[in-house]
Design a protein around this ligand. Structure first.
Ligand SMILES: NC(=O)c1ccc[n+]([C@@H]2O[C@H](COP(=O)([O-])OP(=O)(O)OC[C@H]3O[C@@H](n4cnc5c(N)ncnc54)[C@H](OP(=O)(O)O)[C@@H]3O)[C@@H](O)[C@H]2O)c1
Length: 248
């Protein structure tokens, strides 16, 4: 129970990778604040699951993060729930193609906000609490922050900015707060994929030296490692089955 007594806020934690990180950190003893936006059913179900395993060890919080005025309340409430805040995981994200010729301001706002602006402003809002607990921020990045995915310029640029944010904050918030990133490769495909996307997914799998997609558990184990290793900051760990080896 390496994380016993630690309090963790994960954004977009109701489903998929965020939910697995919540389960893995909870299994290590952490108390969880499960943030969600629309996925109330999944968030409540995860909350019930975790509290069923250990009473009073999880809480849900709803917020539309792109409305920046919600962030200080979220940070305050998260720190109040278990009396402190040790870990912030900026996991919430939007992801979809934005081919040139079709990009509009709403795409810009949505993709830049969830993948870059919110991680910055929520980190800022949580910083006083994380400083008090000598805590850690983990930003969920993407291998596409380093090598772009065709037709996804906005998403790639937002994650690239977020990658620099990790390093900038690691420098600025040291020595009290550590800041690291995880750059997943192919872990979970978007939930609705058409035939063309399924073909593109097969082509991606062909480029992965390990020959398969990763699991949410492989990401959650990386988060656990980053939290537990107290001499790591400014580090970005790729978890991609070797996919980027050929690109550098
Ligand atoms: N899946 C992969 O293979 C993969 C690969 C590379 C990188 N990543 C990164 O890993 C992280 C997790 O990936 P994922 O696929 O599990 O994520 P996801 O399912 O696409 O999104 C996670 C959650 O983010 C929340 N969200 C999005 N915009 C929001 C906003 N404006 N305000 C509040 N919440 C918002 C949504 O919550 P609600 O459902 O509650 O609305 C959503 O369920 C992301 O940062 C992603 O970029 C994933």
């Amino acid at each position: 129970m390496l994380l016993a007594g630690k309090s963790v806020l994960i954004t977009g934690a109701a489903n998929r990778i965020g939910a697995q990180i919540a389960r893995t950190l909870h299994e290590s003893g952490a108390n969880l604040i499960i943030h969600y936006r629309h996925s109330i059913k999944a968030a409540l179900s995860l909350n019930e699951e975790l509290n069923g395993l250990r009473a009073n060890s999880a809480e849900t919080m709803q917020a539309e993060l792109s409305d920046l005025s919600n962030l200080s309340t979220l940070a305050q409430n998260a720190a109040k729930t278990f009396g402190k805040l040790d870990v912030l995981i900026n996991n919430a994200s939007s992801f979809y193609p934005t081919p040139i010729g079709e990009i509009n301001q709403q795409h810009w706002q949505d993709l830049m906000s969830s993948n870059f602006q919110v991680p910055l402003f929520l980190s800022q809002a949580c910083y006083p609490y994380l400083r008090d607990s000598r805590g850690i921020i983990i930003n969920m990045l993407d291998i596409y922050a380093s090598a772009p995915l065709k037709n996804h310029s906005l998403y790639c640029c937002a994650k690239a900015a977020n990658q620099m944010l990790v390093k900038s904050l690691a420098l600025e918030l040291a020595p009290e707060v550590r800041v690291n990133g995880i750059a997943p490769g192919a872990i979970l495909w978007p939930e609705q994929s058409d035939a063309a996307e399924t073909d593109a997914q097969k082509a991606i799998l062909d480029q992965i030296p390990l020959g398969r997609s990763g699991s949410p558990e492989s990401i959650a184990q990386t988060a656990l490692f980053l939290i537990n290793n107290d001499y790591l900051t400014g580090e970005i760990i790729r978890v991609d089955g070797g996919r980027l080896i050929n690109n550098f």
